[in-house]
Design a protein. Sequence first.
Lengths: 361, 361
Amino acid sequence: MASTMQTLEVSLGDRSYPIHIGQHLLSQAELILPHLKRKQVAIVSNTTVAPLYMAQLAEPLRMAGVKVIEIILPDGEAYKNTETLNLIYDALLQNRCERSTTLIALGGGVIGDMTGYAAATYLRGVPFIQIPTTLLSQVDSSVGGKTGINHPLGKNMIGAFYQPQLVLADTETLKTLPARELSAGVAEVIKYGLIRDVKFFDWLESNIVKLMALDTAVTSEAIYRSCQNKADVVAADEHETGERATLNLGHTFGHAVENAMGYGVWLHGEAVAAGTIMAADLSKRLGWLNDAEVARISKIFKAANLPIEAPKLGVDKYIDLMGLDKKVVDGKIRLVLQQGIGKSVVTSDYPAEALRQTLSL
Amino acid sequence: MASTMQTLEVSLGDRSYPIHIGQHLLSQAELILPHLKRKQVAIVSNTTVAPLYMAQLAEPLRMAGVKVIEIILPDGEAYKNTETLNLIYDALLQNRCERSTTLIALGGGVIGDMTGYAAATYLRGVPFIQIPTTLLSQVDSSVGGKTGINHPLGKNMIGAFYQPQLVLADTETLKTLPARELSAGVAEVIKYGLIRDVKFFDWLESNIVKLMALDTAVTSEAIYRSCQNKADVVAADEHETGERATLNLGHTFGHAVENAMGYGVWLHGEAVAAGTIMAADLSKRLGWLNDAEVARISKIFKAANLPIEAPKLGVDKYIDLMGLDKKVVDGKIRLVLQQGIGKSVVTSDYPAEALRQTLSL
């Protein structure tokens, strides 16, 4: 299996780690072995991904003498909760996994977030490798160390910052991804262009059709540049006090949409797309984006088959749901807004009435 | 209220924090205020401690303009679990607590461990202050950043390393402590002498009667020197890879006792005392302690009204329960043993038969 592999190093001092991006990485045990403390791993996956990729990952590891435990969870955001997390703990304890056991997340963002959180908290922390199998998780949740689960009162309310030893982004896995989920991932790719990289946005406008068709070179490049943007932000601001908050463009609106519709009805990336359009609308009302820029944003989301209209929940419901988001400081809703394409700011300095107008659309 | 206060600084770089030790510290809001990010705290306590001390702590804070949420949990090790943890999360979310809300633990080790773990994981981490009200928690769990909960398959299996902003050890709270719990705390105090501080052990032999009577000066000194010993170890080894493991003298045996008898039947300190006697017995078999040293160890535990005999569980049951402990590396049981009083080692290099003889006593 010939493969071209790109590697990005996320710089976080003694918690730095590499992200390998390319085709057919899953089954290359030699990429994983140097990162194991001892030859024991627990692979956490779900009922959708495991039948497709578990054997490709596990068999080469077993051939190399690694003891592999397989933990297969139900699939879906609805299961990103305490009960499912306990299934991971139970399996680890039943197999007497020790502090030197490495947890491997094989799946999308839900599997990555839960496995990472289990790794952060099992025996107060065990090593952890991410193998994200969706575009969204390859460009988003595999960088930045955010792990966690949902609570009935809010998304990602329980969690920890915890860095993996290694991330493998195997572009081959995207070929089995449902079209809607591919689009949802592209929403996050576009986001990096919008918040801080106008050249990347320009490049995406030229390559969006190839990206949607999973052209190998374009897909790798899009993942690499997305991860690079995110890694740059995270390296500068690991605990989300400053620039990192701009990564949440569209997310405060988007989380309200996901929460109101019930987790899993809208995909995260779909909610972020609609939320980004709302952020653009508010930015325009503040005079920070012009009509042509808003049109470019809508156009690229449309080309990625993403929703550009949020559900009409009513202004007060939006305000209420947005208030629960983590990006609240002293009771005021802070939002990520655009000041042109490729430039974003985090601010709570906008007229309340302008926000209400955006929310009433 | 006149009070003499001693302060110890735990040095952990940008996560350093002070431990204040003395009488009547609880109600001195001015000790707490400088450590708050904003004037909002959630005080977590239990049904035993809250009626005694909640008002003493909360009212001066309210007088100073702090918004105080009170979260009162059922009392006991049996409640150190996921369900009780969720009561904390629920209350924080229902009160829309944000990242700048400080959690304050008011109670013993169980409250400290659970509140610290809630602080480590709520919104991926909020600030945290410890006000330990038992001798055990003042000398043990308030230093070192260990937080967590139990799992049906083992104690403290789920957790995180997370440092508080501040610890207040108010010696007045020890006056309402049941005698058994005072003894359990003294077990940990003695431990510091045994593992690394022969002068402190000598001092304790001379002062054990005064300590059991809660003489003010002796109590403060015992807490200060215990915390100093622990802080020295932790500062050198925050994540428990080296010397820190010696703090677990008696704990591998002790956890087996606690687990077998059902959490809460034996107090932690009682189990540690019996476990320390077992460790001393094994050390003697290896020729590392002489009869006189073993007798001194037994004598001081007896003076503290602590058990010096472990329950007869049978060798295989002990081995099985000890195997689940976190101090296992590559399937071999590592133990903390004595090489004289004031010197301890962590080793798995002992004849299995010697361990079996100790366990069969």
